[in-house]
Unconditional design. Structure first.
Length: 94
């Protein structure tokens, strides 16, 4: 997948998640944690072009830099230890 496509999908996904979280918080709690009204090209102060670019950059860095290193690290871990640790982590959240 090209870097531009990863950037674009990350920007859109991050912005949509931010928009949904902001709308949910405002509808349920009547509060808001951020306001991008002062940013250029914002949508109701919940998302903006500037923050979309940030989401795109962070997503691209995660996919292209961090994820390959994590995969390499996990490949070095013995399968049994890896599977046991996954079970332990998920059991904590249940």
């Amino acid at each position: 997948m090209s870097i531009f496509l990863i950037f674009l999908l990350s920007a859109v996904a991050g912005s949509l998640a931010e928009l949904a979280a902001g709308a949910f918080q405002e509808a349920v709690f009547g509060t808001y944690s951020w306001n991008y009204s002062s940013h250029m090209l914002n949508l109701k102060g919940k998302i903006s072009l500037e923050m979309g670019i940030m989401w795109g950059t962070l997503g691209t860095l995660f996919i292209k830099v961090l994820l390959p290193r994590l995969n390499c690290l996990l490949d070095k871990i013995n399968g049994n230890i890896y599977n046991s640790s996954i079970v332990a982590v998920f059991s904590v959240f249940m």
